[in-house]
Design a protein around this ligand. Structure first.
Ligand SMILES: [Zn+2]
Length: 420
């Protein structure tokens, strides 16, 4: 038995604020957290499942127990021992207002291990999050504070390293500091995606299409035609792109994306800072379906009304486009890393027929949280704020459930469903 349920909307409070940094290197005197040249297998802002990566992943030659150094003097403010997530991790607060975080560690020097053992004994637990005051463990710049490892949710030995603004706990892009990370390669733009909407309301019935690209050095073009012909009014773009560093082959994330329409900046994304509170909204920033189905990491170059991530230049609007005329309009998409390398994609868009761009329907439909099956035998309830976007849900009742159906039909309960 199948039935479709359509149109779920939810209302979130939107909070927009201006970014703090944007490509300005931050004055500091940090040293490297490791004694070998920094080679990255992951960088800041990379699209992961359910989060933007909040640090850099430093390669450790496939082994563990490299010495990990405090990047600056300070004190140990937190130690985390866990079987998942950051694994064994240490946080150092520095006098300049930043906290450095070192994760997936193997073990700590005896001076620190002793304090951990005491706390584990006191709490009668192996795993803990231990907050320490500024007098408990002071450290010097360059002091060994740990040994690298592969603990927690790590899929191979490496050092996950973060810098956070101490007061807000917001992770800041470590490449805004003066670490020596060699990168002379410009970002690679792999695919362009076009999303066509019925209206400004980001209706769930949008159409999408991929465009393959060709490359000449750091210039990218559409493979088959330089003009995209448009049948409907409202549209937006998605971009699959990555960046490489000089001393590793891993596909890392890009730093920024800018979209110019007829020479005017219409969208800007950059990874200076991430807020843990909104980090899960990556699922409305990236093309979620493409990620779930093919692990494709596609940045959407338009901002959904329910998206309150602070990684965009919000003054430019939401990135959704619409032209009334049938002229060719030039689109330039610039992709940059933090080492002054950039790539660009140039093409044109053109309406087949003149369009209206004012069919604005509003985006504040009430959130409907009760849905009945076609035979009214079942009701499904969903908490508000459970979903980011309009979505078509197709619950599938499993055989085991059919046997129980009559008994449970009165309950406001969802038992089994699958999202298509
Ligand atoms: Zn990491």
């Amino acid at each position: 038995m199948h039935f479709n349920i359509k149109v779920l909307t939810l209302i979130l409070f939107l909070f927009f604020s201006k970014p703090i940094f944007s490509q300005v290197k931050i004055n500091n005197n940090f040293r490297s957290p490791i004694g070998i040249p920094i080679a990255l297998s992951g960088n800041f802002g990379e699209l992961r499942s359910n989060h933007f990566h909040t640090g850099i992943d430093i390669k450790t030659n496939g082994t563990i127990n490299y010495k990990v150094y405090s990047i600056e003097s300070g004190y140990v403010s937190r130690i985390n021992i866990s079987h998942w997530g950051y694994g064994k991790a240490i946080y150092i607060d520095h006098p300049n207002g930043y906290t450095s975080v070192y994760a997936h560690l193997d073990h700590f020097p005896e001076k620190i291990e002793k304090i951990i053992r005491k706390e584990q004994y006191n709490l009668k637990t192996e795993t803990l999050t231990y907050y320490l005051d500024s007098l408990a463990i002071k450290v010097e710049k360059g002091e060994v504070i740990a040994y690298s490892g592969n603990t927690g949710g790590s899929s191979g030995p490496h050092l996950h390293f973060e810098i956070r603004e101490t007061i807000s706990e917001h992770p800041v892009n470590p490449q805004l500091f003066n670490f020596d990370i060699s990168d002379n390669k410009s970002p690679v733009i792999e695919k362009l995606k076009l999303y066509v909407f019925d209206n400004k309301d980001f209706s769930p019935n949008f159409k999408e299409k991929y465009f393959n690209l060709i490359r000449k050095e750091n210039q990218f073009f559409l493979k088959y035609d330089s003009v995209i012909s448009l049948k409907k009014g409202f549209f937006g773009f998605g971009l699959k792109a990555f960046d490489n560093y000089d001393n590793s082959n891993n596909k890392c994330g890009i730093y920024s994306i800018e979209m110019l329409v007829d020479g005017q900046l219409k969208y800007e994304l950059f990874f200076d800072e991430i807020d843990f509170e909104t980090n899960r909204e990556i699922n409305i920033h990236k093309d979620f379906k493409a990620y779930q189905n093919k692990r494709e990491k596609t940045h959407k170059l338009f901002i959904h009304p329910k998206n309150d991530l602070q990684i965009y230049n919000r003054e430019l609007g939401n990135g959704l486009l619409c032209f009334k005329d049938t002229l060719q309009h030039k689109i330039k998409i610039l992709v940059k890393d933090l080492n002054k390398n950039s790539s660009e994609l140039n093409f044109y868009v053109q309406n087949e027929l003149p369009k209206s761009c004012d069919n604005y329907l509003g985006n504040s439909k009430p959130f409907i949280n009760k849905f009945y099956s076609l035979d009214s035998q079942m009701v499904i309830t969903i908490d508000s704020n459970s979903l980011f976007d309009n979505v078509v849900i197709e619950p599938v009742i499993k055989e085991t459930f059919i046997l129980l159906k009559t008994k449970l039909s009165q309950l406001n309960l969802i038992l089994f469903w699958q999202l298509n």
